[in-house]
Design a protein around this ligand. Sequence first.
Ligand SMILES: *Cc1c(COP(=O)(O)O)cnc(C)c1O
Length: 355
Amino acid sequence: MTRPIEARISLVALSQNLSRVRDFAPNSRILSVIKADAYGHGLLPAAGALSSSNGFALLELNDALMLRRAGFGQSIVLLEGFFSPDELLPICENRIAVVIHCFEQIDMLESSMLPGKIDVFLKCNTGMNRLGFRPEALRFALARLQGSGRTGEVVLMTHFSTADKADGVADQMEIFGRAAAGLDLPRSLANSAALIRYPETHGDWVRPGIMLYGASPFPEVTASSLGLKPAMTLASRIIAVQEVRPGEGIGYEAIYRAEKTMRIGIVACGYADGYSRHAPNGTPVLVNGRMTGTLGRVSMDMLYVNLSEFPDAGIGSEVVLWGAGLPVEEVAKSSGTLSYELRCALAPRVPVSYY
Ligand SMILES: *Cc1c(COP(=O)(O)O)cnc(C)c1O
């Protein structure tokens, strides 16, 4: 017997979620975002399940090269582009596209010696204020890129800051529209939230991330109502049971005290596995398929669940921390974070199985 925690990843769910992207954006090419080890789902297995994507977007050149070596021939885009001139040769030789977001990158391109051209996603900062040229500088950046002789296809790109909120995308759409007016170039704007809610953002390339993994980008909308299937289930088992008397504390700092005699299950899953230490008392959890809540502070390797109503549960009972039967969004909401963060936090020590 080994420690019973496991992340189970459904490759079928990943490809079904990709079909949902196609339903929402039937006329756009799909750049599946597989950064952060495919949001914790494993780069190569996820890319395999998503192989009918027109392209992949991620951050690290090494990951892009790994995809090429594994035989993926579609577009690959580095979302932060390159950081130093020595990356340009492998980028060029492996036909990897780069986001260009600042003049320093254009300087590096201009002074490079390359055997071919590099495809570019030219990023406009329309209000996110993270990466990109200000709208009034976009044309100058484009002119320099096109004059450099180093660039192949150019796609105009921006990223939304509030596509998942009531503010929506209208302001940024208008700024982008003005910056790109008259430029006959392909466009890429939409993350999952914009792709689902604002068809006017679809353009030539959509960039779905979180929805591929089966989570809703909107706090108030469930994944299942969007036809998305959770791709990851984090499961473990009860490894000990404690009977606790009234007034006794549970765990570090005793943030929970029993009001009556209680039965507590100890689960082999803690914050070093990727479960949030900020999950408060009552964060939902499934034991043998039935909903109960966590109690006390999550510790590094274990957490506590209330078994008072579950006399049949005991050592060996299956616990689902999130996934099948328990949307990760609910666990995230209870923990004051986003499903994005929970997925990505999954620790390397958690064994992963695919089905
Ligand atoms: C992460 C990312 C995406 C995907 O966003 P989701 O909200 O997960 O769909 C799209 N575009 C860029 C530039 C990103 O960094």
